[in-house]
Ligand binder design. Structure first.
Ligand SMILES: [Zn+2]
Length: 539
């Protein structure tokens, strides 16, 4: 049975229409005097600041390290300065605080240098979920040089990579968004400034002074940088300003540091990835134990926001939904309940497919707005580098679609006949088979059949040995039974009885038995039986 509910296109962040967020926003924001900060001293150290939140990712893809950077833009004596928000008494990462870029917040904490160690935080106005990105992403590629090194990409190459190549950044976004997102623009530079010294050694004000200085050079050449929705800085290979990439969410600034050894595909991968952050996408991680935490930050090999062998790739199903890529074909994204489904390859043009391409199911146990996404991928076009396990089975992702910036997580890849269990939600997903033409794949999404529990009885044997026995159930539903004493498993057996010889006087023993089926799913506990050997028996 199908349950087809057409989903509205996901809210997406397009900062392009926000006057505070465009290129040149730092100057313009300074004029928005109304939103300015309170600067109140509570005691010798804790201070209160109000300002606008920026969120960035600083990363080094070569060793899979990254850091989420939260910054507060505040006005101080009429000048905009940035303070890095760090955890104080309030934990910012992994905690309950979910800051969105553009939020207006009041922060209290100890300020030291370019940082505030946050003790308390109140969101005064949330930026909320912005509109879907649509239209031309006019981009300024900026080559950067220093006194001993210059960007490892020429202006001609960068122009080619961004706008013109057969496999270009524009081509990738064009193909995925079905013509909604196009990259146009130009490349300038190189512009020279020290990229190794203390000038740009942190994400604090030194770095932003460095950026302002670069921008001043570009403006002096007659380039109106406020026209650009992306300012992409290509740093020299030996720059210490950034790792391999640095980009702000829902904000024009992106930085990439190509090495001379990188081939064109790798340079394009990094640029597409950082621009993806600009457009509001986080990382595509791998979460094999489905606990909501990516075990591998870049572990989804089927999405540019992951790490698909440093080559361009299409985006995965949740990112395609989040970005509104299929907004002209909303019926290709279906919300399911349970039953048999078939998905057609996400790489196919939806105008040329028969079936739905993304099926999402509410995941109810953890947080609001969380979904399972099921899709099928084929090595076509920009996905021609997909690893075989992605193209011979269905992909299962989770994603929290609440309008904030969230990772997508690949949970499992199911080859035909393989089953995925979610015991918390009591569902099973089973891949069936690929269609004859190879372009679609079937699966079932079904409630897990309950494993029946047993009824347990006990009697004392010789020497206080405890004889346990329990009701037998249909053997087709049982792989084995687990005997649990005082919350510790003491035996597994295929029999329906067990003699516990390892008992001694002075103890109280509580027993339950659990049925485990062939899939490893467990029943509810049996009834508990308790024997009290702590009392001396009357003769
Ligand atoms: Zn990244």
């Amino acid at each position: 049975m199908y349950v087809k509910t057409v989903q509205p296109r996901s809210p997406r962040g397009d900062y392009g229409d926000s006057p505070t967020a465009q290129a040149g926003m730092r100057l313009r924001y300074a004029l928005l005097g109304g939103i300015v900060l309170a600067f109140i001293s509570l005691n010798a150290q804790a201070e209160t600041f109000s300002g606008v939140v920026d969120v960035a990712i600083a990363e080094n893809g070569e060793n899979n390290t990254f850091e989420e950077i939260y910054e507060l833009r505040i006005l101080k004596n009429g000048k905009e300065v940035r303070k890095k928000l760090k955890s104080g008494k309030l934990k910012l990462r992994g905690g309950k605080v979910k800051l969105r870029p553009g939020d207006l917040v009041e922060v209290t904490g100890d300020a030291g240098g370019d940082s505030i160690f946050v003790d308390a935080l109140a969101v005064q106005a949330t930026s909320g979920a912005a509109a879907v990105v649509d239209g031309d992403r006019i981009t300024l590629g900026i080559l950067v040089g220093s006194n001993d090194s210059v960007a490892a990409v020429t202006a001609a190459d960068l122009t080619e990579y961004l706008f013109n190549a057969e496999r270009s950044i524009d081509g990738l976004y064009d193909a995925n968004s079905l013509g909604h997102i196009r990259f146009t623009g130009q490349v300038v530079g190189p512009y020279y400034k020290d990229t190794r010294g203390a000038d740009c050694s942190s994400e604090g004000n030194g770095f932003w002074d460095w950026v302002a200085s670069m921008e001043a050079q570009i403006i002096a050449d007659g380039v109106d940088i406020s026209q650009y929705k992306h300012l992409l800085f290509i740093m020299p290979p030996n720059s210490t300003c950034i790792g391999t990439g640095y980009a702000y969410f829902n904000n024009p600034y992106a930085f990439v540091k190509p090495q001379a050894s990188w081939g064109p595909e790798k340079v394009k991968y990094y640029i597409a990835h950082e621009l993806g952050h600009n457009l509001g996408m986080h990382h595509a991680g791998y979460d094999p134990n489905n606990d909501g935490i990516a075990d591998s930050e870049y572990g989804d090999q089927s999405d540019v926001q992951g790490n698909p062998q440093y080559q361009m790739s299409d985006w995965n199903a949740p990112n395609a939904d989040y970005m509104g890529f299929l907004s002209d074909y909303p019926h290709k994204i279906v919300t399911g309940e349970s039953g048999f489904f078939e998905v057609e390859a996400l790489e196919m043009h939806p105008g040329e497919t028969w079936m739905q391409q993304i099926i999402k199911f509410p995941k109810l146990d953890r947080v609001a707005n969380e979904w399972y996404y099921i899709s099928f991928r084929q090595p076509i076009g920009y996905s021609n580098t997909l690893q075989i396990q992605y193209t011979t089975g269905i992909s299962i992702h989770t994603f929290v679609d609440d309008g904030s910036i969230q990772r997508t997580r690949i949970i499992d890849l199911l080859q035909p006949g393989e089953v995925f269990y979610d015991q918390e939600n009591k569902i099973a997903i089973t891949a069936t088979s690929q269609s004859l033409d190879g372009m679609s794949m079937g699966f079932t999404f079904e409630p897990i059949a309950e494993v029946p529990p047993v009824t347990l009885a006990i009697s004392a044997g010789k020497g206080h040995r405890q004889n346990l026995w329990w009701s037998s159930i249909d053997t087709s539903e049982v792989s084995y039974y687990e005997v649990i004493r005082n919350d510790v498993t003491i035996a597994t057996t295929t029999n329906t009885a067990y003699e516990d010889r390892s008992v001694s006087m002075g103890n109280i023993y509580s027993y339950v038995v659990v049925t485990v089926n062939a899939a490893g799913l467990r029943s509810e506990d049996s009834n508990t039986v308790t024997v009290n050997l702590s009392k001396r028996r009357r003769k």
